[in-house]
Design a protein around this ligand. Structure first.
Ligand code: G3I
Length: 370
C-alpha cells in the first residue's frame, strides 16, 4: 500500500458492525445469521451505502426510506442536497436545511457520510447564477477562483469532521475519448488547474476528509478509463491531495464484468489511491431475455461485490437509490422511456430482492478473486 488512507478508511467500516444483529456472535457466512447487506460488508471491512431522498422534506415525504437506510446500510450519500445548484440560489446565499437534516440522520444511526458533490457542471449540479456570472465577467478566471474560494470553505467547513469522504469534482471527463470534458465551463476557464485548486481548497477546509474524484466513464471503454487514470496520475504528480476515485456504476446498457472491474480498481490502487463504487444501480433491462431476470440481476450485483473484495483499496459500495420505486432512472430522460428499470436492492414495496441476498452472500463468501 502506498499511503495511509486505506487502513483508516477500512477500519472505519470494520468497527461499525462486526457481527449480525440476529446472532451477535455468528459470522455472516452462517445462513442462520441473517446479516443485513451493511453487516455483511462491514465483516469484510467495507461500507455498504445508499442515498437519501435527495429533496426537501424527504424524511417526512418518503417515510419508508429512513428505516431501510437505518437498518440495512452503513453509509449515506446525499443524493442532491449538497450540490451547489441545490444549496444556493444567489451568490453568498446558502440553504443547508435539507443537508443538515440528512447528515444529522446519518449521524443518529452511526452511518458514514459521503459528501456529493462540490463541483459538477452537468444537469443542475451548478447554480444558473454561477454560469451567468462567469459569462458576464470581465475576468472569468479571477471570478471563478473567487467563487471556488467562497464555496468550498462554506460547505466543507460547515461539515468539517462530519463528512468522511467528499466527491470534490464529479464527472470532469468527456463522454467519449478519455480527455477532460471540453464542455465543462470550469475547465474551459482554468484548465486542469481547476481540479488541483478544488482539491487543495477541500483539503484546507477539512484536512481529515478523504477526497475523491467521482466519474461515470471510469471503467470502460478502455479509452475513457485510461484517460481518467492519466488525469489522476497527473494530479498525484503535482502533489494534489486526492485520495480516491469514485467509480459510479450505473449499469443501464450493459452488465458488469467483475474481472474487468477488479483490474481497473487495481490500476487506481497501484497509484496509491482508494476506489469506491459510489453510485451502483443495475437495470433489470440488461436481463430481460434471461430465464430469471432477477436472479441474473442478483449475479451482476455479486460480481461487483467480488470485484471490490478482490482489491484491498476498494472501500465500499453505494447503491444509487434505496428501492425500485424511487430510482432516478425511471424519471430522468432519456432513461425514463425504458422504465421500469428496477435497478436497486429493494423492490418498490421495500422487500429485499434476490440482488439483496446475493450481495450478503458475496460478502459472506469473501471471495479473493472475481
Ligand atoms: O426538488 C425539486 C422539486 O422541488 C421540483 O419540484 C422538481 C421539479 O422538476 O425538481 C426537484 O429537483 C429534482 C431533484 O433531482 C430532486 O428530485 C431535479 O429536477 C432533478 O434534476 C434531480 O435529479 C438528480 C440528478 O442527479 C441531477 O442533479 C437525481 O435525483 C440524482 O439521482 C442524479 O444523480 C446523479 C449524480 O449526482 C451524479 N452521477 C449521475 C447521477 C444520475 O444522473
Amino acid at each position: 500500500m502506498k499511503n495511509g488512507f486505506l487502513s483508516v478508511a477500512l477500519l472505519g467500516a470494520a468497527s461499525l458492525s462486526a457481527a449480525c444483529s440476529n446472532s451477535p456472535s455468528a459470522s455472516c457466512a452462517d445462513p442462520d445469521a441473517q446479516c443485513t447487506v451493511g453487516e455483511a460488508a462491514a465483516e469484510r471491512g467495507r461500507f455498504l451505502g445508499s442515498t437519501t431522498g435527495g429533496r426537501a422534506n424527504w424524511l417526512s415525504d418518503q417515510p419508508e426510506l429512513a428505516p431501510l437506510l437505518a437498518e440495512h446500510f452503513t453509509s449515506i450519500t446525499c443524493e442532491n442536497e449538497l450540490k451547489w445548484g441545490f444549496l444556493s440560489d444567489a451568490r453568498g446565499e446558502y440553504d443547508f436545511t435539507t443537508a443538515d437534516e440528512s447528515i444529522a440522520f446519518a449521524e443518529e444511526h452511526g452511518h458514514r457520510v459521503r459528501g456529493h458533490t462540490l463541483f459538477w457542471t452537468r444537469l443542475n449540479g451548478t447554480p444558473v447564477w454561477v454560469f451567468e456570472a462567469l459569462e458576464n465577467a470581465d475576468d472569468p478566471e479571477a471570478l471563478l477562483i473567487e467563487l471556488m474560494e467562497e464555496h468550498v470553505p462554506t460547505v466543507v467547513g460547515r461539515y468539517r469532521g462530519r463528512i468522511a469522504q467528499w466527491d470534490v469534482v464529479n464527472e470532469p471527463t468527456a463522454q467519449f475519448g478519455g480527455s477532460l470534458d471540453p464542455d465543462n465551463v470550469f475547465l474551459q476557464i482554468l484548465g486542469e488547474e481547476f481540479l488541483d485548486r478544488a482539491f487543495r481548497l477541500a483539503h484546507e477546509a477539512d484536512p481529515d476528509a478523504l477526497l475523491f474524484l467521482n466519474e461515470v466513464f471510469s471503467v470502460s471503454p478502455e479509452e475513457t478509463f485510461q484517460g481518467l487514470l492519466d488525469i489522476v496520475d497527473g494530479m498525484l504528480k503535482r502533489g494534489v491531495p486526492i485520495h480516491g476515485v469514485g467509480i459510479q456504476g450505473h449499469f443501464v446498457l450493459e452488465a458488469p464484468d467483475a474481472a474487468e472491474w477488479a483490474s481497473r480498481f487495481e490500476a487506481f490502487a497501484n497509484l496509491g489511491l482508494l476506489v469506491e463504487v459510489t453510485e451502483l444501480d443495475i437495470s433489470i433491462n440488461n436481463f430481460r431475455t434471461a430465464s430469471d431476470p432477477f436472479e441474473a440481476q442478483a449475479d451482476a450485483y455479486a460480481e461487483v461485490v467480488r470485484a471490490c473484495l478482490a482489491v484491498d483499496a476498494c472501500t465500499g459500495i453505494t447503491t444509487w437509490n434505496v428501492h425500485d420505486g424511487e430510482t432516478w432512472l425511471d424519471t430522468s430522460p432519456p432513461f425514463d422511456v425504458a422504465a421500469p428499470h428496477e435497478p436497486t436492492l429493494f423492490d418498490a414495496n421495500q422487500r429485499g430482492k434476490p440482488a439483496y441476498f446475493a450481495v450478503v452472500e458475496a460478502f459472506a463468501e469473501g471471495a479473493a478473486s472475481p
